[in-house]
Structures are given as structure tokens and as C-alpha cells.
Design a protein around this ligand. Structure first.
Ligand code: NI
Length: 170
């Protein structure tokens, strides 16, 4: 396994719509394991392939403590899509492509997500809480939408300004 390098905003891959995966093979499985390792090493709870420079529709998620709502633990999701959503929620989110920036983002409270697992089998998961937020955040990445895009214009400007300051301080 290898730790992959995480692309930071404003890398153009982060605003590119990712391509669906047609074939789930050993190469993809190895790549997704590398993604999981990269996520854990960075202390993240989710990672989308575009964040490591690969414009494919795959994500990995591991939200601690959501086992009751989730299946459990690490989720490898190929071609994930939200097929149902309800309610509204806003919690503070971070993103590995925006180190240090925490912003409150409006999302659906609960989502049902359909995806293929590493064997190509279709899975459906009903998620609430942090897991629901995480799925929405990562699927947004596949559509080239970063979390600051979910803010209103003034909040977005403030967030990007804060992020530029954080980058200069590094
Ligand atoms: Ni992110």
C-alpha cells in the first residue's frame, strides 16, 4: 500500500466532474486501499478520488461512532449516488483539500446512497448523522463541487479568504 499525495485547493482536478467507473478490477481495488490508507494517515473521515488527482467516481469513508446507522467501519463506494434525501442539517466540516479550514455547511439530514462495492455488487445504505454529511461531501467532490461552493456568496468569500491566510501562514 502507498500513501497518495492529497491535492489542495485550487487544484483544477477538484473542480472537474469525475468519470464513472466501468470495470472494478484489482487495479481499482488496490487504488482504493491506497485511498483508505491516505485518509487514515491524514486523520480524515472521507476521501474522494479527485482529491488524490484521479478523476474517477470512487470514495472511501470511515466515520467513527456511526456504526449503528452505517454498516460498520470502512466503506468503499464505487459510483455512489444519493437516491433519496430528507431533512436539513448544518454541521462544521473540514476537507483534506483545505487544510485547517472548518466551515458550517447546509446539507440534507438523512440520505440513502446507492453504490457498488469492491466486488461490483450494488449496495444501498441509509445514513444519518455524520455519515450522511460525509457521503454528501464526498459525492460533491465527484461532481467537482468543493464544500465552499455550498456557502452563500459572502460566507464563501470569507472562507476562501481565511483559507488563503492559513496557506500563507504555513
Ligand atoms: Ni473534502
Amino acid at each position: 500500500m502507498a500513501v497518495l499525495s492529497v491535492r489542495l485547493w485550487p487544484d483544477p482536478v477538484l473542480t472537474t466532474k469525475a468519470k464513472p467507473v466501468d470495470v472494478i478490477d484489482d487495479e481499482l481495488r488496490k487504488f482504493m486501499e491506497d485511498m483508505a490508507l491516505t485518509m487514515y494517515k491524514a486523520d480524515g473521515v472521507g476521501l474522494a478520488a479527485p482529491q488524490v488527482g484521479v478523476s474517477k467516481r470512487v470514495i472511501v469513508i470511515d466515520v467513527p461512532g456511526d456504526e449503528q446507522e452505517a454498516g460498520s467501519g470502512l466503506i468503499y463506494a464505487v459510483n455512489p449516488k444519493v437516491i433519496h434525501k430528507e431533512g436539513a442539517n448544518a454541521i462544521t466540516e473540514g476537507c483534506l483539500s483545505f487544510p485547517g479550514l472548518d466551515i458550517k455547511v447546509k446539507r440534507s439530514e438523512k440520505v440513502t446512497v446507492e453504490y457498488q462495492d469492491l466486488n461490483g455488487a450494488v449496495q444501498t445504505i441509509k445514513a444519518g448523522g455524520t455519515l450522511a454529511i460525509c457521503f454528501q461531501h464526498e459525492i460533491d467532490h465527484l461532481d467537482g463541487i468543493v464544500f465552499t461552493e455550498r456557502l452563500g456568496p459572502v460566507s464563501k468569500r470569507l472562507a476562501l479568504r481565511d483559507y488563503e491566510k492559513l496557506r500563507r501562514l504555513k
